[in-house]
Design a binder for this molecule. Structure first.
Ligand SMILES: [Zn+2]
Length: 376
């Protein structure tokens, strides 16, 4: 995840904090110091409330890291490398470098996080009782940790994919049906439904007069619904482009021009009648740039006979390019982010093909007209 601050490394896994977590950290410390701890004990000094609140927030932060490490260690033990853990607004995300290969592994990886949180909650309850006669303040810290980790277990076990509970649910359906595809479809659909249910419940709560709780419920529902829909979309795209390489979709012999060609010649011979948006500029196989109709918009017609392609093209350094090894999803993302219609495919500076939006769209259309691949 981007815009995250790296704080350390555990067993090769990089731990980072997304800036949104810092806001939650501040809000949490504030509400603990001003409301939660004063409601438990009214005889502490204001400095004590704040110090205990900061300690409790830091320990909660450590609990969330432990939860994610739970997922990560099981994944690593099952041969799935984990590169980093990022803490953000609703908790944490451990990014697994690849999808799990079987239902049992998915179940174990998914359940490991909530199991760690449950363990911390149980230990916290014990410490809360043990410390009761020793330090009222630290007993209160563990009372809070027991509560917060308990909530973490409950929230994460909501069966809405991609939450842990949704993954557990998917792994069970996967185990029963033997089809990851069907399991993903069912789990993400359930995730969307649960998201909407939260939103509806949120609206009811608002109308019953509890504005803040209602908004919270609604926001969680909106987040769940969004995350489930995104997973569904991502999975579909992955399925469509499974085993498809850029070299299969690119045009290996695109129309190209020499940098010395005049704009006149370019328009007459390469742009009009070929309905191409852009033409790569190539000299002895080496890609020098690309010239598009947009590059010509600001060039008056009177100059077309004298100006050369090299004078108006977008040079190589400013171009987005891919290689034949780039995943198609990545190329598609580049196209939509930069709003471009074609990406030159290069190898060691040489142009080897041109990947266009049109070719990708035609492929998706063709795939959707064929019967689905039911092997997986
Ligand atoms: Zn988790």
């Amino acid at each position: 995840m981007e815009s995250s601050y790296k704080i350390g490394r555990i067993k090769g896994i990089e731990i980072g904090i997304h800036y949104s977590w810092l806001i939650i950290f501040a809000l949490l410390t504030y509400s603990l110091a001003e409301s939660f701890f004063p409601s438990l004990h009214d005889n502490w000094s204001s400095g004590q409330y704040w110090i205990i609140a900061i300690i409790a927030s830091l320990l909660l932060f450590a609990s969330v890291v432990a939860h994610e490490l739970g997922h990560s260690f099981v994944a690593i033990a099952k041969g799935i490398p984990v590169h980093n853990i990022t803490l953000f607004i609703f908790g944490g995300v451990a990014s697994l470098s690849q999808d799990v290969k079987d239902a049992k592994t998915e179940f174990l990886v998914a359940i490991a996080g909530p199991a760690v949180s449950l363990g911390i909650a149980v230990i916290s309850v014990a410490l809360m009782y043990v410390l009761r006669g020793i330090s009222e303040q630290f007993s209160a810290v563990f009372q809070y940790l027991a509560l917060a980790n308990g909530l973490l277990v409950v929230f994460n076990l909501i069966p809405g994919f991609p939450l842990d509970g949704g993954r557990v649910f998917r792994s069970i359906v996967w185990g029963i049906t033997n089809s990851m595809e069907r399991a993903t479809r069912i789990a993400t659909t359930l995730g969307v439904i649960i998201g909407y249910l939260f939103v509806i419940v949120g609206i009811f709560i608002v109308f019953s007069g509890q504005l803040i709780s209602g908004i919270w419920f609604g926001a969680i529902g909106w987040f769940l619904q969004n995350a489930a829909e995104q997973s569904m979309q991502q999975y579909r795209t992955q399925r469509i482009f499974q085993n498809v390489q850029i070299s299969m979709l690119m045009d290996p012999n695109p129309t190209v021009v020499d940098p010395g060609t005049t704009i006149d010649e370019l328009v007459d011979h390469h742009i009009i009648g070929s309905n191409s948006h852009g033409v790569p500029v190539v000299q002895q196989g080496v890609l020098l740039g690309i010239i598009t109709s947009t590059d010509l918009k600001s060039t008056p017609r009177s100059e077309w006979s004298t100006l050369r392609v090299a004078d108006r093209m977008t040079p190589r350094q400013q171009l987005v390019t891919v290689t034949t090894d780039t995943p198609i999803e990545v190329a598609m993302q580049m196209m939509s982010e930069k709003d471009i219609h074609q990406i030159p495919v290069v190898r060691e500076g040489m142009l080897v093909g041109l990947l266009t939006r049109g070719a990708i769209i035609r492929f998706i259309q063709l795939r959707s007209e064929l019967p689905p691949d039911t092997k997986a």
